[in-house]
Design a protein around this ligand. Structure first.
Ligand SMILES: [Fe+2]
Ligand SMILES: [Fe+2]
Length: 205
């Protein structure tokens, strides 16, 4: 089950006013009862069924935030799997890391090419730039994990550090930034944003 840090009101204030980086460590608190959702998403990942599922969610109500949440849960479920491996399960670790990289690649494309630009349009360049910068460190973690020995004890420790950073990034998106953006757009605006994001995501789905 994905253990998530979702308990804090905010270590950095409200959206648009945040200070510091989402890479600061938060306490691991709270357990999401979303394992079933995450598991289903993992099972459907990278196939046509998943495309239909995402289309269904995004196409109905401009629920771009729900699509992104589902993708967050999918990635965290993959982290659950990789963190459950032992040092001798090198092939499994390598395979799961590739899946995490693919999922995060598609996710980042949607956020960086559609959601974050919309945030800047919505006068929240501060958070857009901070989140965009953190995506760079996501790539750095992936790079370092790909270029180190998956059988070493340090490797899984780096995975745990990566996950903690990612959870804090997700918390900022889901608890602060995305709700403010969604509330600031009308129904047509959210539908337009969802359609644009879906179109972008389909390029790598
Ligand atoms: Fe992000
Ligand atoms: Fe995200």
């Amino acid at each position: 089950m994905a253990t998530r840090s979702r308990s804090r009101a905010s270590a950095r204030g409200s959206s648009g006013n945040s200070e510091g980086s989402a890479f600061s460590w938060g306490n691991q608190a709270g357990t999401l009862a979303l394992a079933a959702v995450a598991g289903a998403a993992v099972g459907l990942a990278a196939n046509f069924g998943r495309k239909l599922m995402v289309q269904g969610i995004a196409g109905k109500a401009g629920a771009w935030d729900e699509v992104l949440h589902m993708e967050h849960e999918t990635v965290l479920a993959l982290f659950d799997q990789i963190q459950a491996t032992s040092d001798d399960q090198v092939r499994t670790r390598t395979h799961l890391l590739a899946k995490i990289k693919a999922a995060l690649g598609k996710h980042a494309l949607q956020e960086e090419n559609v959601i974050y630009p919309a945030l800047r349009e919505f006068n929240n360049a501060h958070d857009a730039d901070a989140l965009n910068g953190e995506h760079g460190y996501v790539k750095t973690f992936l790079y370092e994990l790909e270029n180190s020995d998956p059988a070493s004890t340090d490797w899984l420790a780096k995975v745990r550090t990566f996950r903690a950073m990612l959870e804090e990034h997700i918390r900022m998106e889901e608890d602060e930034v995305f709700p403010a953006l969604k509330a600031g757009l009308d129904e047509a605006g959210n539908a337009k944003l969802g359609a644009a994001m879906l179109k972008e995501g389909m390029k790598l789905a």
